[in-house]
Ligand binder design. Structure first.
Ligand code: NDP
Length: 306
């Protein structure tokens, strides 16, 4: 029987350090790092994610604000808004909340952000720096996964790491980060053959698929570290009961739209794994903590350049 790898204590350590440094810099410069979140449209999940980020900014002494724009905004207008933020000296970090509504080319929109203000670490320049193992802003969720793994005391060096999911915000940057940290990486996706067999070779398994409860014990090697990035809103109570069991706490935590939030990994995996992150409550808090750290670092880099 393994142990639950809760995100909050690990995230709190990161947040405490950020808070301390923000207060030190405020005394020295008279200014706190500023993060602007850009929300296009009124997707409720995106609104709620941005509000959490704004709250985190406030609790650590950063200046957080949300710019809400209509979903029918012309892409050229969004470009003009981003360019204004790029030029604004008060803004250290810009975060365009994804997904964008239909009609926007996500990669193109991200490329409009000044790479120095790209606190999500997904601008092409920053992804290039990551591949070169050069310093630069890194994607928040993969950074959070590494922090969680490090907190178990398990080193990545020489370990077999399997990531299920190859998105630009999670799977691909995480694969590069693991490679830079001397892990041996396998990246899987919907065309991967014999997925349970491939996943069960992993010393460290990361599920980032967006498929509720897809990963069961048959995907997991005895003693593995399992990181569940998945964060899925499910309305089907029977499905939740079947995959996640009668977890009263989870069943009670239904949001105002009637959804229960679950991960990609079934909780039964804890019987085989050495460590398993819960979802919610595992990777999520780290993603936000890393965004705060990235904003602080963007501010620090700009101070050095001045
Ligand atoms: P995407 O939908 O962009 O990517 C999902 C990936 O999973 C794709 O590469 C896809 O393969 C792969 N996949 C889907 N189904 C299967 C399958 N049956 N077998 C193998 N691979 C499969 O998702 P994201 O990366 O944006 O997010 C993944 C999950 O992580 C979501 O639940 C999301 O909500 C969550 N998330 C959580 C965060 C947090 O802070 N906690 C932050 C970001 C995401 P293919 O490429 O072939 O389609």
């Amino acid at each position: 029987m393994g142990r639950w790898l809760e995100g909050k204590p690990v995230a709190d350590r990161v947040r405490d350090k950020v808070k301390e440094e923000v207060s030190r810099l405020l005394q020295r410069t008279g200014r706190a790092p500023g993060l602007t979140g850009v929300l296009v449209g009124d997707n409720p999940a995106s609104q709620s994610y941005l509000r959490m980020k704004e709250k985190a900014c406030a609790s650590l002494g950063l200046r957080g604000r949300i710019l809400t724009l209509p979903s029918d905004l012309a892409p050229e207008r969004l470009r003009a808004v981003i360019e204004e933020l790029n030029a604004d000296d008060e803004v250290d970090g810009i975060l365009v909340q994804l997904p964008l509504p239909k009609g926007f080319d996500t990669q193109e929109v991200i490329s409009w952000i000044d790479p120095r203000k790209d606190v999500d670490g997904i601008h092409p320049t920053n992804l290039g720096l990551l591949l070169q193992n050069e310093p630069g802003p890194r994607a928040c969720t993969p950074l959070g996964c590494l922090e969680l793994i490090a907190s178990t005391g398990v080193s990545l060096e020489g370990r077999d790491v399997v990531i299920v999911g190859r998105s630009l915000i999670v799977g691909k940057p995480l694969a590069a980060m693991v490679t830079n940290a001397d892990g041996t990486i396998t990246i899987c996706h919907s065309k991967t053959k014999n997925l349970p067999e491939v996943a069960a070779r992993a010393d460290i398994l990361v599920a980032a698929m967006g498929r509720p409860g897809f990963i069961g014990p048959e995907f997991v090697k005895d003693g593995a570290v399992v990181i569940d990035v998945g964060s899925n809103a499910v309305k089907d109570k029977d499905l939740v009961l079947r995959l996640f069991g009668r977890d009263e706490k989870r069943l009670k935590e239904v949001d105002d739209k009637g959804y229960t939030w679950v991960g990609d990994v079934q909780p039964g995996v804890i019987d085989k794994a050495a460590w398993l992150t819960p979802s919610p409550g595992g990777v999520g808090p780290l993603t936000i903590a890393m965004l705060m750290r990235n904003t602080l670092e963007a501010f620090q880099r700009r101070l050095v350049l001045k």
